[in-house]
Design a protein around this ligand. Structure first.
Ligand SMILES: C[S@@+](CC[C@H](N)C(=O)[O-])C[C@H]1O[C@@H](n2cnc3c(N)ncnc32)[C@H](O)[C@@H]1O
Length: 268
């Protein structure tokens, strides 16, 4: 089904091509990960699952900073992005950070060239990549493509965007007079039930890293506290919320507000 309020694939590609031109946006934030503390809790939740001797493919690697961080926990890492300027920026960032990561052009919609050149990985990660595919048909195809590059018994760690968490947060924000969250047109969230049905052919879901506490505190408590000033991604409340989340406080709680939770899947 096509949702007319969502951007087309061409518009999405134009958006990311433009974003890749500058390392930070007008607010001084990375365009690929505007909330640095959300990024931190996602990466921390993923790191727990990375095998020290394994190979990692990070797909939709953007400027490469997350890939570089995750690479410290595995033996060999490859990052793939469909925007050549991001691949170039990620290579430069890896060189600066002295990280042994191979960044290459590749699309999550067609991973046959990646499979031919680099084989399969012990772990594949995606962070907010599949939400940039415009339709559920494209997302389903991408999930199948990802399955084709995970070794049997290997893991797929995914933090994308869950519709139920987004709706839950929007509802509580509205009840408290904050207004619903704004979803940018190039994003399409995943419906958990349809997702589970689809991935069950290739994957067993073995765990969920829950980030609901962080999202509740940063998206509800902080704006209530700072009003009438606008909330800030780098606010101290976000920092301490990330600290608590990384220490396992809130683990398994607030799933109804958790749009970024990490789904851990084992390849059948
Ligand atoms: C929100 S950014 C996240 C980047 C990175 N994962 C991170 O968390 O910092 C989304 C990334 O997905 C990439 N992307 C979007 N569609 C893609 C596709 N079809 N194949 C590969 N990468 C894609 C974009 O170029 C962008 O770098």
């Amino acid at each position: 089904m096509t949702d007319k309020s969502r951007a087309s694939l061409t518009e999405i590609e134009q958006h990311w091509s433009k974003s890749a031109k500058a390392p930070v946006d007008q607010d001084g934030l990375r365009p690929v990960a505007r909330d640095p503390y959300l990024q931190d809790v996602v990466e921390t939740a993923m790191e727990r699952w990375l095998p020290a001797n394994g190979t990692l493919f990070d797909i939709g690697s953007g400027d490469g900073y997350s890939t570089i961080r995750l690479s410290r926990s595995v033996a060999k890492t490859y990052g793939f992005d469909f925007i050549p300027d991001f691949v170039e920026a990620a290579r430069q960032n890896a060189a600066r950070e002295k990280a042994d990561v191979s960044f290459n052009v590749g699309s999550v919609m067609d991973l046959a060239p990646v499979r031919e050149q680099f084989g399969q990985a012990d772990v594949v990660t995606t962070i907010r990549c599949l939400i940039n595919l415009g339709t559920w048909d494209n997302q389903r195809r991408a999930l199948d493509e990802i399955a084709s590059v995970v070794k049997p018994g290997g893991l797929y760690l995914m933090s994308e965007g869950w519709a139920h968490g987004w709706e839950g947060l929007s509802k509580v924000r509205q009840e408290l007079g904050l207004g619903s969250l704004y979803l940018v047109p190039h994003n399409l969230l995943l419906e958990r039930k349809a997702f589970e049905e689809h991935v069950s052919a290739n994957f067993e879901i073995i765990a969920d890293g829950t980030l609901g506490l962080y999202l509740l505190l940063s998206r509800v408590l902080q704006p209530l506290y700072t009003a009438p000033e606008a909330p800030q991604h780098k606010h101290l409340i976000n920092r301490v919320s990330a600290l608590m989340t990384n220490h396992g406080i809130g683990d398994g709680l607030f799933r109804e507000y958790d749009y970024a939770g990490v789904c851990v899947m084992r390849r059948k």
